[in-house]
Design a protein around this ligand. Structure first.
Ligand code: ATP
Ligand code: MG
Ligand code: MG
Length: 309
């Protein structure tokens, strides 16, 4: 199985309103509630690709129970979340039906106690031997040490399990130094890490900080990868319109599938670009348009980038 870690899971609520206007009251025309958090999206997409996945992290309170009840119905995804005393956070997306724009409100998440964190580490160590790969996804809830991902990367490496890291800020900075196999920052995360807004320079700089490979996602422009075989750019045939939330998570799912199947980098990147564009076309994170995915696969362009440092 592929193990995905989501320390800050969420119950994602989406409210649809005809038109969002500040300082006024709105009639909600549609409400949806689903289990969320980056690693959960990754796991759902992996399962749809035929890879059994296990999700771990924390869940607690009434929101945590609702999340787990819904997760139980997701095919191919095993729940190994740990119970905590605090309540799982909610994220609220308000969609303006007229413009399609989304306003997002994210709660910080429950405070994790030192005992809960130690309990997680013990459980993670037990899960590692049965994992073909592990993905560490998203932000850290309050109470979890800032070096948490660095620790989890080292534990995976010690167990001989390849590890992918998708986070931001200081947890990313420390996590990279622990030498993960793949890091997937988006453009903002990469610029924050390296101080450079020049993607090729920044991607190579990030790789020199310790990652075996860095795959930067540049929204509609696709992916830019610094790998041991050099730098590659993978671009969708055209930008697509839709819901970009979770597109990065689908890119992560494709990169993990490629990692466990040991697919050559060019194919790995092509499938990540096709799958993430097909995710933009699906209305909710953690799902993709399968027909579009298969159609896009052969139409992604992958080119080598000049080999200068
Ligand atoms: P997430 O919300 O999942 O964290 P992210 O910010 O990490 O997303 P992005 O860089 O926004 O990731 O998108 C990931 C990938 O999705 C891109 O590298 C690209 O391949 C694809 N993608 C995103 N937006 C579009 C688009 N409009 N058209 C085509 N492909 C897209
Ligand atoms: Mg984004
Ligand atoms: Mg992302």
């Amino acid at each position: 199985m592929i193990l995905t870690v989501t320390l800050n899971t969420a119950l994602d609520l989406t409210y649809r309103v005809p038109r969002l206007t500040p300082h006024s009251s709105h009639r909600v025309t549609e409400v949806t509630e689903r289990p969320g958090g980056k690693g959960l999206n990754v796991a759902r997409v992996l399962a749809a690709l035929g890879h059994e996945s296990t999700v771990t992290g924390f869940a607690g309170g009434a929101t945590g129970r609702a999340l787990r009840e819904q997760l139980a119905t997701a095919p191919g995804v095993r729940d190994a979340l740990l119970d905590v005393a605090g309540a799982t956070r909610r994220t609220i997306a308000v969609v303006d039906a007229e413009s399609g724009d989304t306003t997002q409100l994210n709660e910080p998440g429950p405070l994790i106690t030192p005992d809960e964190w130690s309990g997680f580490l013990a459980s993670y160590e037990q899960l590692l031997p049965s994992a073909a790969a592990v993905a560490l996804c998203g932000s850290l809830p309050p109470g979890v040490p800032v070096g948490a991902y660095a620790h989890l990367v080292r534990a995976a490496r010690a167990a001989g399990v390849p590890v992918l890291l998708d986070t931001s800020g200081e947890p990313l900075r420390r996590g990279i130094a622990a030498r993960p196999d793949i890091v997937k920052p988006n453009a903002d995360e990469l610029a924050e890490l390296t101080g450079s807004h020049e993607p090729l320079r920044a991607t190579r700089d990030a790789r020199r900080r310790g990652a075996h490979a860095v795959v930067a996602s540049l929204g509609a422009k696709g992916l830019l990868a610094a790998t041991p075989d050099g730098a590659l750019r993978a671009t969708p045939p055209a930008p697509v319109r839709g819901n970009p939330t979770g597109a990065g998570d689908s890119a992560v799912a494709a990169l993990l599938a490629g990692l466990v199947e040991n697919t050559p980098w060019r194919r790995r990147l092509a499938s990540a670009v096709a799958l993430s564009a097909a995710t933009v076309l699906a209305p909710v994170a953690g799902e993709f348009d399968r027909e579009a995915y298969e159609d896009l696969l052969d139409r992604v362009s992958v080119t080598e980038q000049a080999s200068a440092a």
